[in-house]
Design a protein around this ligand. Structure first.
Ligand SMILES: [Zn+2]
Length: 436
C-alpha cells in the first residue's frame, strides 16, 4: 500500500490523495461502501461500481460466523468470493464489541443504558441480528453466535488471523469502541485495552506475514489451504517492488469525547512499533456526540502522522463528510446510503425525501433530473414509489443505487473542489441547499 498526498486544503488539515492498494488506486477523500456480509445489500458489484464506488468494506465478525473465514480463503479471498475486483477492507470485529458491550455491559447482568439521545452511535453495520450475549475481558471478547447459539472467543490474534484469511487489502486492529455514556474510569480502562490489543494485532500481523514470506514454493498439487494461496509465494529475498506486506494494517484511535484520552490514543497508536514496523494507516473509532465530532477528529488528526491515511469509522452523513474532510479524514464508511434506500428514504440536493409520500404517486420525473445514476437515468419517482408500495425487491435496489451514487459523488465532488481551489464555495453552496 502506498499513500501519496496530491494537494492540501489551505489552512485546514484537509488533503487530496491517492491510496494505492494491490487491487487498484483509491482517490481520496473517498467514501467506502459497506458490504457487511460480503455483499452490498441489494446491489450487484456492477451496480456498486456503476454508482462510482471505489472500495468495499466487509465485516470480520459476520464473515467469521457465516460462511466462515476459511471458506472465504478457499474461494480466493473476499474480493474474489464476492466478485469485486477493486480494493477491499475488513473491519476488525471490534465494533461488535461495542454494540454488544454497550448494550450488555462488562458483566452479563449489567445493562448500560444510553440515556442521552444526542449521543450519536455510528452507523456501521447492520446489527439487527446481533447476538444476545457478549463479555469483554482483557484478553478478548466472548460471545454467543446469533446464528446457532455457539460460544466464540475473539482475541486480537484471532481477529487478525480471520482478517488474513479474508484477505482484504486493508485490515484493522482489534479495538474496543466505548459508548460516550460510559463513565471516564471505564473509558480509561477500555482505552488501555484497545492499546494493548493494537500491539497484539500488529505482532500477529507481522508473524503471519513472516510465515507466508518464508514458506518454500508449493509443489505441484500441494495445497496449503486458501489463506496461503492468496498472495504470491514465496519471495525471500523479496523481488524489487514486491510488497512484503500485501495487506495493510490500520491501528484504531479511541478515547471517546475526552480530549486528553483522544490525544493520548493518537500518540500511542501512531508511535506503536513492532520489529521496526508501524501501522500503515489509522482508523478513528468511537461514537461521538454530533456537536463534538469535529473537535474529536481534529484532536486525533493533529497528532497522527500526516503521510499516512486516516479512516473515520462509521460516519457518512453529508454534513459530516465536509467536517471530516476539512479535519484531515481520507476515508469514510457508513451503512446509511443503503439502509435508508431500503427504507424508501432518498437523498436529494435539498435534503432527504420519503419516496412513499403520496405526492410522488403521479410524479413521472426522476429523483433528480441532473443525477447521472442508473436509477435517475431510467426510472421515475412514481415508479419507485409504486415498487415500495408493492414491497417489490427492486425498490430497495433502485433507491440504494441512487443513494450510494449521491454520497460517493458528493465526496468525489468535494475532492474536485479542493483540487480546483473551490472548497469553501462548494461547501457553502451544498450546505445552503441541503436540509438534513
Ligand atoms: Zn440518481
Amino acid at each position: 500500500m502506498n499513500f501519496k498526498i496530491e494537494k492540501k486544503l489551505a489552512n485546514t488539515l484537509g488533503r487530496v490523495g491517492i491510496l494505492s492498494t494491490p487491487h487498484g488506486d483509491i482517490l481520496t477523500p473517498a467514501f467506502v461502501t459497506v458490504g457487511t456480509k460480503a455483499t452490498v445489500k441489494s446491489l450487484t458489484p456492477e451496480a456498486v461500481s456503476g454508482a462510482g464506488a471505489q472500495v468495499v468494506l466487509a465485516n470480520t465478525y459476520h464473515l467469521f460466523l457465516q460462511p466462515g473465514d476459511e471458506v472465504v480463503a478457499k474461494a480466493g479471498g473476499l474480493g474474489k468470493f464476492m466478485n469485486w475486483s477493486g480494493p477491499t477492507m475488513t473491519d476488525s470485529g471490534g465494533f461488535q464489541v461495542f454494540s454488544l458491550g454497550a448494550a450488555y455491559g462488562k458483566d452479563i447482568s449489567k445493562v448500560v443504558k444510553i440515556t442521552d439521545p444526542s449521543l450519536m452511535i455510528p452507523e456501521r453495520f447492520d446489527d439487527s441480528d446481533a447476538p444476545r450475549l457478549a463479555k469483554i475481558g482483557n484478553d478478548g471478547v466472548s460471545f454467543k453466535s446469533h446464528l446457532d447459539g455457539s460460544i466464540h472467543y475473539i482475541t486480537p490474534e484471532k481477529s487478525i488471523q480471520i482478517q488474513h484469511n479474508l484477505g482484504a487489502d486493508i485490515i484493522f486492529a482489534f479495538d474496543e469502541c466505548t459508548s460516550p455514556a460510559e463513565e471516564i474510569k471505564y473509558q480509561e480502562e477500555a482505552l488501555s485495552r484497545t492499546h494493548a490489543w493494537a500491539k497484539r494485532s500488529l505482532e500477529e500481523h507481522i508473524k503471519l506475514e513472516e510465515a507466508k514470506n518464508f514458506l518454500p514454493p508449493l509443489r505441484q498439487g500441494e495445497d496449503r489451504g486458501g489463506v496461503l494461496n492468496q498472495h504470491p509465494l514465496p519471495t525471500s529475498p523479496l523481488a524489487k517492488g514486491e510488497e512484503k506486506f500485501p495487506q495493510a494494517l490500520f491501528g484504531i484511535v479511541q478515547g471517546g469525547r475526552e480530549e486528553d484520552l483522544r490525544k493520548k490514543s493518537a500518540q500511542i497508536i501512531s508511535e506503536m512499533e513492532v520489529d521496526g514496523k508501524k501501522f500503515d494507516g489509522f482508523g478513528i473509532g468511537g461514537s461521538f456526540a454530533k456537536e463534538d465530532m469535529a473537535t474529536a477528529v481534529k484532536w486525533c488528526n493533529e497528532i497522527l502522522p500526516e503521510e499516512k491515511p486516516r479512516h473515520l469509522l462509521g460516519i457518512g452523513e453529508p454534513e459530516d463528510l465536509f467536517m471530516g474532510i476539512e479535519n484531515g479524514v481520507d476515508l469514510f464508511d457508513c451503512v446509511i446510503p443503503t439502509r435508508l434506500g431500503r427504507n424508501g428514504t432518498i437523498y436529494t440536493k435539498t435534503g432527504k425525501i420519503s419516496i412513499t409520500n403520496t405526492k410522488f404517486r403521479e410524479d413521472f420525473t426522476p429523483i433528480e433530473a441532473d443525477c447521472e445514476c442508473y436509477t435517475c437515468k431510467n426510472y421515475t419517482k412514481a415508479y419507485i414509489a409504486h415498487l415500495f408500495h408493492g414491497k417489490e425487491m427492486l425498490a430497495g435496489t433502485l433507491a440504494s443505487t441512487h443513494n450510494l451514487h449521491f454520497i460517493v459523488s458528493l465526496v468525489a465532488n468535494i475532492r474536485q473542489s479542493i483540487l480546483d481551489d473551490k472548497f469553501e464555495e462548494f461547501k457553502d453552496e451544498f450546505l445552503n441547499m441541503y436540509k438534513a
